[in-house]
Each structure stands twice: as C-alpha cells, then as structure tokens.
Design a protein around this ligand. Structure first.
Ligand code: TYD
Length: 188
C-alpha cells in the first residue's frame, strides 16, 4: 500500500505583518462610530515606555501560529500567564499600576483598547491582532476597555501575583512617580 508523502512543514519564516494602525484616520475608518481619544493611538512606541512588539507569526494553511519566548521576544522572563475573557460589553479591567511587574498584553482573539499613563503622558493603544503584543514596563497605569464580543486578552507577566506590587489609587500612583522613589514608597 502506498503512503502519500507527508506535506513539507511550512517554513519557519515570519510573514511580514501588516502595519500597526498606520494612521488614526484608518482606525476611525475601520471602526465607524468608535471613539478615538488620543491622537497618538497610532504609535508603535510612545512616551510612556510602552510599545508594540511584533511577535513571530508562522503562517500555515492549517491555521497560523504565534509564540513568545521570555527574554527573547519580550524583555523579561515569563513567571505567570493569565487571560481575560467573557468581558461584558462596556466593562473595563485594569485600573492600576505595578511597582515592579512588567507585562505583555495580547488580544489573542478579538480586540480591545489599552490606555496607558506614566503619570505624565497618556496614550491609547488598540490591539486587534494575535501577533501584536503591548509591552508595559513597571510603574505605568493601565486601563483596558472596549473589549469586542468574545475577545480573549492574554497577559504574560514577569512576576507571580503579588497584591503588594499594585498601585490601585491613581493619585497615589502619580504622587509616587513624581514625589517618591518610583516604587510608591516615600523617598528617603
Ligand atoms: P486584578 O489584577 O485587579 O484584575 P484587573 O486588573 O484585570 O481588573 O485582579 C482581579 C482579582 O483576581 C484580584 O482579586 C486578584 C485576582 N488575581 C489573582 O489571584 N491572580 C492573578 O494572577 C491575577 C491577575 C488576579
């Protein structure tokens, strides 16, 4: 009995990705009626230290694949993974900053908005591709909203869950950025 030759494995070549939100206008066109709250929302890298990371993308007719290696594709080792799902329309998540934690946020399915604020600059990133991650360094306030129906937000984190690492009060976060030692602790 003859055996059909196995299909060659697809090349491990990242397909050039489409540009990330080249203009604010384009985002407006793609999402009529959606608000655009920040003129810099089209940037890959803004002034807060947050930036869009192009993750490897293995295109395959059987379905595409993206992978992330800690300290290779992102600037930290991955200590924890969590994901947000079944987010009701109009709901938001986040609303905090972290003293030490770094994160990569990926719209694994669907789309969402991430507002980031370093206490001085405020930027809004729109995530709608499984192969774009938003890197958020330590001491950046973030708010996640505008989740599309059925979306899944994957988060890779540099540390285990530590409630004491959170700044949950925006005023205290800004005060820590401007007046403290950057960790939310009194300077001294
Ligand atoms: P939180 O980080 O406040 O969620 P979000 O910022 O998305 O609103 O976490 C919500 C709750 O889940 C909080 O009680 C702590 C718990 N939690 C864990 O136990 N482990 C985790 O890794 C995370 C992210 C949250």
């Amino acid at each position: 009995m003859s055996v059909a030759p196995r299909q060659p494995a697809p090349d491990r070549i990242s397909v050039p990705s489409e540009p990330y939100l080249p203009t604010t206008e384009e985002r407006r066109d793609g999402h009529p009626g959606r608000r655009v709250t920040d003129q810099r929302s089209h940037l890959r890298e803004g002034q807060t230290g947050c930036r869009i990371v192009d993750l490897p993308r293995i295109a395959d007719p059987r379905g595409n694949l993206t992978f992330v290696e800690g300290s290779n594709h992102i600037p930290f080792d991955i200590a924890r993974v969590y994901y947000l799902y079944d987010v009701p329309g109009g709901e938001g998540r986040g609303g905090h900053a972290h003293q030490q934690l770094e994160q990569l946020i990926v719209a694994a399915s669907g789309s969402l908005d991430v507002l980031v604020d370093d206490g001085t600059h405020r930027e809004r990133f729109f995530l709608n591709r499984s192969y774009y991650g938003l890197y958020i360094p330590r001491m950046v306030w973030r708010e996640l909203d505008d989740f599309s129906s059925g979306s899944v937000c994957l988060v890779l984190a540099s540390r285990p869950y530590e409630e004491e690492d959170y700044h949950r009060d925006y005023g205290a976060f800004v005060a820590a950025k401007h007046g403290g030692n950057g960790n939310g602790l009194a300077a001294g």
